[in-house]
Design a protein around this ligand. Structure first.
Ligand code: NAP
Ligand code: MG
Length: 496
């Protein structure tokens, strides 16, 4: 019997008031039922928000170092359960075990960072322009936060949001993606076991349209932290804009890797393979464009195709598999439709893959060949739109200026990379690439939890998750002046 997962509301695991559930199946083998989950309604969201609102004052007033102490225990429980939850993650999401262990490790690192941050949470102290007066800034929590997460990092992204949100003294209601709710349930169990008081964390599963929308529009929710597609992100910005509710958005990408003629081709090739086909291309930071200088184009593409063809696709639970399935049938259909667009509309040259994989055991899941298009030009749809699958477009450029122009020529700006040995080109690229993240001689993926993470243009709305910057998202700044002169002192008047 597959596990029945419930909602977590006010410290209790409860069924949805709807009485309905939905199934979560393994995308590598759809006969494997991972669990059934509550198909929640707005009533469930209301109950969760009420619980979070009631838990807030006591949690807000708990000293931050004491709140953060729980994070040490969270990190340790996650360490102990790393392999077990990585297995579950591979079953629910499809990516290979090495990557789901990495996803767990990112959560552990984020807990370690949060544990320390509870003792830092720096404000600023500056001199006042007046005598006998002091001025400083502190960060205050805001209340109930709604967290809405995607399916591609089933543990890391929920931890990126949950840990800073609660360490800073907020309470939360989290709605995980319908495709991957199990890992978030495990995270809630861990937080509960580590001693987070009841009501501080609440977990409600169900559709984005119902649960997500209600959370966004709920008057008692003070902020929304969302990671997902740009389309849904824009909807959230619109809805939260009406009441000026804080919202932090981490959205799509169309990340490019530049390969200059002087690059170390071996590491550029390995970076391209890992960036494009790791997580079956379903990373917000996946490499979906190679922007290669004409002098090395032929050699680079020939070798890349050879290595892409050699990648082992299959069930990610097998340690020798390198590329898992797409997360769902719908995602595979999207990928197939883009391959068709690439061939028929864009008229790019398909040089590798292009088909769903259905031979043998692969018929059980949503597998697709690693796919490469060459002779792609910047205006083509496969060069512009986020495909979110194992499809790589190759664009050829003459020089660095053209490379940067092509790289910048999409609506997105999340991650980017350049392979070159030339320090002048490196520095110019770092300055002129329009992206939140630039890697030099590394692929477009590989974020570290203590560094700011996020993008420019339609990838987000200016916030950065990760590191200390996440702590700014979840807090309000309070500017404090204390006058101990014993008299009225008027700034800009009495001291001039
Ligand atoms: P999505 O369809 O936008 O869904 C993201 C989350 O929003 C899910 O929990 C979804 O619920 C929910 N949702 C859907 N419609 C909603 C609505 N109208 N109101 C409120 N919530 C709603 O994205 P996805 O397909 O899960 O993830 C892929 C996208 O995420 C890609 O575009 C990728 O680039 C982006 N992403 C970005 C980052 C980053 O940090 N920049 C990281 C990872 C992924 P359901 O699951 O129930 O539909
Ligand atoms: Mg979705």
């Amino acid at each position: 019997m597959a596990e029945v997962f419930k909602n977590l509301i006010n410290g209790e695991w409860v069924k949805s008031k709807s009485g309905k559930t939905f199934e979560n199946r393994n995308p590598a083998d759809t006969s494997d039922l991972v669990g059934t989950f509550q198909l929640s309604t707005v009533d469930d969201v209301d109950a969760a928000v009420t619980a979070a609102k009631e838990a807030y004052p006591a949690w807000r007033d708990t000293p931050a170092p004491e709140r953060a102490e729980i994070m040490y225990r969270v990190a340790n429980i996650m360490r102990a359960r790393k392999d077990e939850i990585a297995q579950l993650m591979t079953r629910e999401m499809g990516k290979v075990l090495a990557e789901t262990r990495g996803d767990m490790q990112e959560g552990i690192d984020t807990a370690d960072f949060a544990a320390g941050e509870g003792r830092r949470m720096h404000g600023q102290t500056v001199p006042s322009e007046l005598r006998n007066k002091t001025a400083y800034v502190i960060h205050r929590p805001m209340g109930v936060w709604g967290l809405i997460t995607p399916w591609n990092f089933p543990m890391a992204i929920p931890t990126w949001k949950t840990f800073p949100a609660i360490t800073t003294g907020n309470t939360i209601v989290i709605k995980p993606a319908t495709d991957t709710p199990a890992c978030t349930a495990r995270l809630m169990e861990i937080l509960d076991e580590a001693g987070v008081p009841k009501g501080v964390i609440n977990y409600v599963t169900g559709s984005g349209r119902v649960v997500g929308e209600h959370l966004i529009n709920h008057p008692d929710v003070k902020g929304i932290s969302f990671t997902g597609s740009s389309d849904v992100g824009k909807r959230i910005a619109e809805a939260t804009g009406k009441t000026l509710k804080r919202c932090s958005l981490e959205l799509g990408g169309k990340n490019g890797q530049i390969v200059m003629d002087d690059a170390n081709l071996e590491i550029a090739l390995e970076g391209a393979l890992w960036g494009a086909f790791g997580t079956t291309g379903q990373r917000c930071t996946a490499t979906s464009r190679i922007i290669v200088q004409e002098g090395v184009h032929d050699e680079f593409v020939a070798e890349l195709v050879k290595r892409a063809k050699a990648l082992k696709v299959g069930n990610g639970l097998n340690e020798d598999v390198q590329v898992g399935p797409l997360v769902s049938e719908a995602q595979r259909q999207t990928v197939a439709s883009y391959v068709k667009i690439g061939q028929e509309q864009d008229k790019a040259e398909l040089v590798c893959g292009g088909h769903a994989l259905i031979a043998g055991d692969l018929i059980k899941g949503w597998f697709f060949e690693p796919t490469i298009f060459d002779k792609v030009t910047p205006d083509m749809r496969i060069a512009q739109e986020e495909i979110f699958g194992p499809v790589l477009s190759i664009l050829t450029i003459k020089n660095l200026d053209e490379a940067i122009e092509v790289l910048n020529g999409t609506i997105y700006g999340l991650s980017s990379s350049i392979y070159t040995q030339d320090v002048n080109n490196t520095m110019r690229a770092i300055e002129r690439i329009e992206a939140g993240i630039t890697y030099v001689n590394g692929p477009t993926i590989g974020a570290e939890c203590h560094m700011p993470f996020g993008g420019v243009k339609e990838t987000g709305n200016g916030h950065r998750e990760g590191g200390w910057t996440a702590y700014e998202i979840f807090t309000e700044m309070k500017t404090v002046y204390i006058d101990y002169s014993g008299k009225l002192q008027r700034a800009q008047i009495d001291n001039k």
